[in-house]
Design a protein around this ligand. Structure first.
Ligand SMILES: [Zn+2]
Length: 177
């Protein structure tokens, strides 16, 4: 039996599995948060991203003093395109956002505009807006989604080895890696 695909002689299309949203200079990100709390992880850069367990005693890279970095994720509705995405935030920005909202508050339904002040190394500024229930009562957000699938794909690692944790118990600001 002949297959149309082979007849055309085209390679299979690369399956696009997505991305994580970052706040880039000059690019405003308008979103509504779906996650009730942050998704958190630590990583090492070893030419590629390698997840680090929360307990550094269990990490061979920490033992050899390779710096590690915190990454925070929120599942959000991108208000610019109506799509659901994972927003990635560095430690300082995650702290700033939680300080502005209140650590004990439910993040689900929080709306904000995020933008970078100037260059890449400068901080992210959040402009908090009225919560979703105030501007669109009855709007149903979907269930929260952990970033394990997308990170596993982007970092080419088994999602079970990501060492993600959920909660607003972020590492202290200025934690020396
Ligand atoms: Zn480590």
């Amino acid at each position: 039996m002949k297959h149309e695909f082979f007849d055309r002689g085209n390679p299979p299309e690369k399956v696009y599995r997505g991305f994580v949203r970052r706040v880039k200079p000059g690019e405003d990100v308008h979103c509504t948060v779906v996650s009730p709390v942050f998704w958190n992880c630590h990583v090492h850069w070893m030419g590629r991203t390698v997840p680090c367990p929360r307990d550094r005693g269990h990490c061979i890279h920490c033992k050899t003093a390779i710096p590690r970095k915190y990454l925070g994720y929120l599942y959000v509705r991108n208000e610019s395109n109506g799509k659901y995405e994972h927003l990635e935030l560095p430690l300082d920005a995650s702290h700033d956002l939680l300080d502005a909202i209140g650590k004990e508050m439910d993040l689900r339904g929080v709306r904000f505009h995020a933008k970078r002040r100037g260059g890449k190394k400068t901080g992210i500024v959040f402009d908090l807006k009225a919560r979703l229930e105030q501007v669109a009562p009855g709007f149903e957000l979907p269930s929260d989604k952990a970033p394990d699938e997308i990170l596993g794909y982007l970092w080419q690692i088994n999602a079970a080895k990501l060492h993600l944790w959920g909660g607003n118990d972020l590492p202290p600001q200025g934690e020396v890696a």
